[in-house]
Write a protein that binds this ligand. Structure first.
Ligand SMILES: [Zn+2]
Length: 428
């Protein structure tokens, strides 16, 4: 990591969904801020010719699991944010299912302090909805907010009590905190280890029906309507849920939603021969769902692409399929897989940047998401042509649990800059 007083990126394709800019040009950074270009290049400038590459606002992943405190053998704030920077991310929001659960100011502060000390990306803590994420009493939102939390979620677990969720939305609204829903009807999903369908039947595994997601998504929408508050639906995997979100948006409900690269890239066929690296919750769905997710990215049903980066050690994954842990890593493959959507003509380049940067910044109400002058210099330079094989050796995350191991991918972050500080550099 190096800090430069002045950074100059020349001849790139500038993409900014906030200002609508999509044009060739230069970007100048001085003391961590984006400044107007000058005629002469001053001495002591770090200059890169980024011809053929995209200069975009730093990517923001609004759904990751950093595992610290408590499970540092799986990931730490240091290793997780290094993986983030390598993937082109300048900021991540981290879920509260650590040990202890992030349900109070002391845990939130522990995270923000560690991130400031040793992070390669900004870290926005997400506090718990309920104390200990146990689904009974609410956590103290005022305290969480003051300590630096940007949202609340019991992610990993649904809030089963609808009255508690209603109160959470009202209470969070009064503290300007976003509520993020892990939408799962447990009575339907319990003991399931993959999508319920033809493949689960063939493999003899207990399935999780798409309705387990849709039922809870509908409840969250109904509660957002009832309370007039915002709700953000995490990791949407089904066409059924996407349709509910699209209908709710059309009638003005304050709902936003994210999906993850694995849901628009893979189907439950990826479970193949009981591959635990294709096991996550919600599970990979059918081709019809995958197509619906891609359509939702195109038509605005989804606001954001988030990874649900969930590192696990080999110990949790090298087990029988139904006993293995849920989750896949995603920080280092998200951009390449999203660029494939652009190459396939599903979405345009500006839309991709909106989904991966501007919209998460807007939803979380944090800085970044634009490269307009005067803004913080959180910048990602993307080489859309660069081809590479995603190997286990190349992974910076402590988790190696990816369904994309040994895939040949195209398009990569080649320079990541956070507040003017270079956190990842493949240009030199
Ligand atoms: Zn979740």
């Amino acid at each position: 990591m190096t800090t430069v007083n002045r950074l100059i990126l020349q001849n790139g394709r500038l993409l900014d969904p906030v200002t609508g800019v999509d044009a060739k040009g230069d970007l100048w950074v001085e003391d961590g801020v984006i400044v107007p270009a000058q005629k002469e290049i001053p001495e002591n400038s770090e200059v890169y010719d980024v011809h053929g590459k995209w200069i975009v606002p730093g990517l923001i992943d609004m759904h990751v699991h950093l595992r610290e405190p408590g499970e540092e053998y799986k990931e730490t704030i240091k290793s997780g944010t290094r993986a983030a920077a390598a993937g082109g991310f300048t900021a991540v929001a981290c879920m509260p299912n650590t040990t202890p659960v992030n349900d109070c100011a002391s845990v939130t502060q522990f995270i923000t302090k560690a991130a400031t000390r040793e992070g390669s990306a900004r870290v926005y803590p997400v506090g718990a909805i309920s104390k200990g994420s146990k689904g009974a009493g609410l956590a103290e939102y005022g305290e969480l907010r003051q300590a630096g939390a940007v949202a609340v979620s019991d992610d990993g677990l649904p809030v089963l009590d609808s009255q508690l969720m209603r109160r959470a939305m009202q209470y969070a609204g009064s503290h300007d905190l976003l509520v993020i829903s892990h939408s799962e009807e447990m009575a339907l999903s319990r003991n399931g280890s993959m999508n319920e369908g033809v493949v689960s039947t063939r493999l003899g595994l207990r399935g999780i029906p798409a309705a387990a997601e849709a039922i809870m998504v509908y409840r969250e929408i109904a509660l957002a309507e009832l309370t007039g508050q915002r709700i953000h639906i995490a990791h949407v995997s089904t066409g059924a849920a996407a349709e509910l979100i699209a209908q709710a948006k059309a009638r003005g409900v304050r709902v936003t939603a994210e999906t993850a690269p694995h849901y628009f890239t893979l189907t439950d066929e990826a479970v193949g021969d009981y591959n635990t690296n294709a096991k996550m919750n919600p599970p990979l769905r059918t081709e019809k769902d995958r197509q619906a997710i891609r359509k939702g990215l195109q038509d605005g049903t989804f606001d954001a692409i988030a990874t649900d980066h969930a590192p696990h050690s080999v110990l949790e994954k090298e087990l029988e399929f139904d006993r293995a842990a849920n989750g896949v890593i995603g920080l280092e493959t998200s951009l390449s897989l999203s660029l494939a959507l652009v190459r396939d003509g599903v979405i345009g380049a500006l839309r991709m940047v909106e989904l991966m940067s501007s919209a998460p910044a807007r939803i979380l109400q944090v800085e970044g998401g634009t490269i307009a002058q005067g803004n913080v210099a959180d910048i990602t330079v993307i080489d859309p042509e660069k081809r590479y094989v995603f190997t286990e050796d190349s992974i910076l995350s402590k988790g190696k649990n990816s369904p994309f191991l040994d895939w040949e991918l195209q398009g990569k972050a080649v320079l990541t800059v956070m507040g003017g500080r270079i956190t990842h550099n493949e240009l030199t």
